[in-house]
Ligand binder design. Sequence first.
Ligand SMILES: [Zn+2]
Length: 162
Amino acid sequence: MRFDQLKLTYRILQPKGADVGILAPRVTINRKRIGAGIAIDPVAFCQSVRSAGEHFIFTCGCGVPGCARIYRGVIVLHAPDSIRWFMPEPIREPMEEDPSPAAPDNRWVYREYRFRLVAYRKALADALSQALSLAESNSRPVEIGPYGFSIRKLKALARRLQ
Ligand SMILES: [Zn+2]
């Protein structure tokens, strides 16, 4: 069976004139960027390792998915060795709604991905420890999205994944 390759990495953005850095996530599946410019909820991501169901892994920077017009989460299914994603595409509704009543309501699809469980868990654990070391070694304070998320919470999350 062929598995899809998930990778989550972080980097620090340093906006001009701002006195804090921003820890920005980057998700790729099979080396293709997914959800560019959309925040990641690390708690929901970690929950998807343990429990099946709908997870709002992609969210608004404030932590409320609907605020970024994200109305459908990633549907996660578990098998003994694998995790399947049914990812809504587009992840969020277009910002400019088509005002035409004739516009179809179902312009989105669920795309299926299948990840090896150990690889999925490792991708996540690696990303969290990378985020932690970036945040801790940065010369200025770092904001970790979504809003209200802290280094302390990130540490606790990383520990639980070990
Ligand atoms: Zn928001």
